[in-house]
Design a protein around this ligand. Structure first.
Ligand code: SR1
Ligand code: MG
Length: 396
């Protein structure tokens, strides 16, 4: 299938990326620049451009198709605008936790931003055994601030409705609706699992009580515009080192259920909790700490920065937090399953070379995902979540 490109759009190459960045005045014409395409995600081109003094910038450009599948899967370039606008909205809320944006171009579908190559992609660092001691505190704060200030509790409710229009993101939402919710629970062509998992996977497809709970979660994703979500908050969307954390890649942003972002982060910690052979404690620490920080920060904002009269009503905050937590557990369950048997996998699992250990880990991820979806209502703390994780690891 050929993709009709808009006038003014051309996928960059390492050469044209250098030309562009000079034309825009970020470097001088005579500067000797090195440029490397470093994108290893599913969808975009990412160019790292550096001069001889190590001044560096990133150009991220959307491709008109999903890179992970190829040109047969056309994809809107508008996602670059969504990403740029999300970052611009987030910068005043969490300035230390997102990259600086220097320039956006809707037609060329690109964002020029701060270079983050002094940091690691958290997924890769985690797989290599790193700890990122500040990660969960930072992400807890990120979640609380970005979700609170774009919700009806922290954002003028008419402004929020206008923002919702600006962040309408149907094509990217459709990807999540299909790949996270629908496809893994049906015999869909997009699924991708090892033949040894066939029996386990079929068990999911035949489990009507599980499918009913997934249907409810998908319905919530489709209908509950609670806050502006990042929409794809996995550990591949986060850069970090010992002291700093930066969240990137918000091209899936839209107004959805707050628990979705929290749940995706939980699930991607759980992949580590399942697969790590040592220093597991830090992952358990992150699981507790992210929710603790989220709850504490969200509570403070509720008490100090609310725009909603009912936030002074006893019991309302507890109701909202309980609802977010319950949703996050269900969404985490879906993420665990889809990253194991759906189209887009994670290196935490696929990177395990020993096939016995890899398959055992995948079975744990699927079973834990199933339990989280079925038991959303009874898991009321991260301690409960931890207990369920341990049970799934013991094969109970
Ligand atoms: C076709 S895109 C596959 C996945 O990659 C993105 O990062 C999202 O997680 C999406 O579901
Ligand atoms: Mg991404």
């Amino acid at each position: 299938m050929t993709i009709a490109l808009k006038e003014g759009y051309e996928p960059l190459t390492e050469t044209t990326a250098i030309q562009l960045i000079k034309e825009l005045g970020y470097f001088q014409e005579h500067d000797q620049l090195r440029c490397k395409e470093i994108g290893d995600g599913n969808l975009n081109l990412v160019f790292h451009i550096q001069d001889e003094n190590d001044k560096a910038l990133i150009i991220k450009q959307a491709l008109p198709y999903a890179k992970v599948v190829g040109e047969s899967w056309p994809l809107t370039l508008h996602r670059a605008t969504i990403e740029g606008n999300y970052l611009k909205n987030a910068i005043p809320l969490v300035p230390e936790l997102v990259p600086q944006v220097h320039h956006t171009d809707e037609v060329k579908a690109l964002t020029i931003m701060e270079d983050l190559s002094h940091l690691d992609i958290v997924r890769s660092g985690f797989i290599a055994g790193k700890a990122y001691p500040k990660l969960s505190q930072h992400i807890g704060e990120y979640l609380a601030k970005t979700l609170f200030f774009t919700s009806d509790f922290g954002c003028n409710q008419q402004v929020k409705k206008r923002l919702q229009q600006a962040f309408s993101n149907p094509e990217l939402c459709k990807i999540t609706e299909d790949l996270v919710f629908t496809d893994p629970f049906h015999d869909s062509e997009t699924n991708d699992y090892e033949p040894e998992l066939k029996g386990t996977v079929k068990g999911l497809w035949q489990d009507d009580s599980l499918k009913l709970e997934v249907a409810k979660l998908k319905y919530k994703f489709l209908t509950h515009g609670e806050a502006l979500l990042h929409g794809d908050l996995h550990t591949g969307s986060i850069f970090a080192n010992e002291t700093d954390t930066k969240v990137i890649d918000p091209e899936f942003a839209f107004f959805g259920p707050a628990g979705f972002d929290i749940g995706q982060f939980f699930a991607n910690l759980l992949f580590q909790a399942i697969t790590r052979t040592e220093n597991n404690e830090i992952i358990h620490y992150h699981l507790h700490q992210v929710w603790e920080t989220f709850e504490k920060t969200f509570t403070t904002l509720w008490q100090t920065s609310s725009v909603e009269a009912f936030t002074r009503t006893d019991g309302y905050l507890e109701y909202v937090l309980r609802d977010y937590f319950k949703d996050s557990i269900g969404f985490a369950g879906c993420e665990l399953i889809r990253r194991t048997i759906g189209l887009a996998h994670v290196a935490d699992l696929d990177g395990i070379e020993d096939s016995t250990r890899r398959l055992a880990s995948k079975k744990i991820a699927i079973e834990l995902g199933r339990q989280l979806i079925l038991q959303q209502s009874t898991i009321i703390s991260t301690k409960d979540l931890e207990r369920l994780l341990e049970k799934a690891k013991r094969g109970e």
